[in-house]
Design a protein around this ligand. Sequence first.
Ligand SMILES: Nc1nc2c(ncn2[C@@H]2O[C@H](COP(=O)(O)OP(=O)(O)OP(=O)(O)O)[C@@H](O)[C@H]2O)c(=O)[nH]1
Ligand SMILES: [Mg+2]
Length: 392
Amino acid sequence: MLIGIVGAPNKGKSTLFSAMTMVDAEIANYPFTTINPNFGITYATKQCVEKELSTKCNPRNSLCIDGVRMLPVNVVDVAGLVEGAHLGKGMGNQFLNDLAGADALIIVSDASGSTDQNGNQAVQSDPVKDVEIVISEITEWFASIIKKNIGAVSRKEDGLSALATVLTGIGATKAQIESAAAESYLSLSNITWSDEDIKAFASSLLKANKPMVIAANKSDSSAAGSNIKKLEEHFGKEKVFACSAAIELALRKASKKGLIDYKPGSRDFNILSNGISGEQAEAIEYMRSFVKNAGTGVQELVNHVVFDVLGNIVVYPVEDENKYSDHFGNVLPDAILIRKGSTAQDLAYKIHTDLGAGMLYAINAKTRMRLAKSYVLEDSDVIKIVSAAKKK
Ligand SMILES: Nc1nc2c(ncn2[C@@H]2O[C@H](COP(=O)(O)OP(=O)(O)OP(=O)(O)O)[C@@H](O)[C@H]2O)c(=O)[nH]1
Ligand SMILES: [Mg+2]
């Protein structure tokens, strides 16, 4: 799974990326600080099933801290996007290819209103415009992929398959293409689309293929309240997440240094070191009151994208349904993110093709009940796959 971070320049994309991943990325108060993409791993968090099963896990593919499973998710942060990027403005839009494999996008806007759409210092800049420009440029990018290939697509009777081939790079499924075409009242047989049709289709496809949430960043600024409201009024409350990437990053750094014991997403922390200077103590107390009051919003944002927007659940495959372990005796070794609606056999295929192909049935380790291959997985299921495939 890949989450893409996108937005106009100087909005705090790389700060958010660093806070999410703890990978050092260049951060500066001017536009186009980022040129090459930054790749890293963030963690979606969820209560581990160990407590429910009265056991203690030995995680292998994830982490578990104080009973909270941390599930790795890939993240990419790219350069700033400006109006006219598809015509070559700013850094252009070539770099958007780094987002092609993204399952969802976080559009970062500046809720302090202190940077304009080009990332220059401003007063009371409208964050709604930041977001609109970004959506429009990403739509242009999708449209350009189709336009480049429309000649070849229109020569094919089966437009759906032809488009699916052209759009494999962005991971568009046939179902997404069909629903986008239906939404734009376009036929997929013998395609003869105008530029306008292509744009309407691109816009619909984008919504299905790369669902977006808006990070109203710099929520620590005094102007944030009214700008967050503006964003919510325009895009809908459910799409807007207030966050302070800068405070989350500072807290995670202080925690890494052993100064505090801040856990991502928590609303308080303890000071661990007594070697903190007066100035540092003041900054830490300011951040404590900020998280107590509102939280930084960063972990909530990650969890929202992974669990709500992308509809993932967590399941735990085991080999020994009595001990909840693998064959080495590791208890609940793997926690797997899988889309809601997936079956036990989908899980088997996700673990290994042979396991999926040779699957006979599954066992629900919580109840010891036998499950059919077509059993629809539920969140926090602990599952043993029984397969005819030999273990390698
Ligand atoms: N107050 C405040 N400032 C922030 C926050 N997040 C980022 N900033 C500041 O915003 C400026 C830009 O941050 P970057 O992370 O470099 O922004 P970017 O969007 O990656 O910028 P480009 O790569 O140039 O497009 C820096 O001065 C950051 O310190 C935040 O949550 N609060
Ligand atoms: Mg950047």
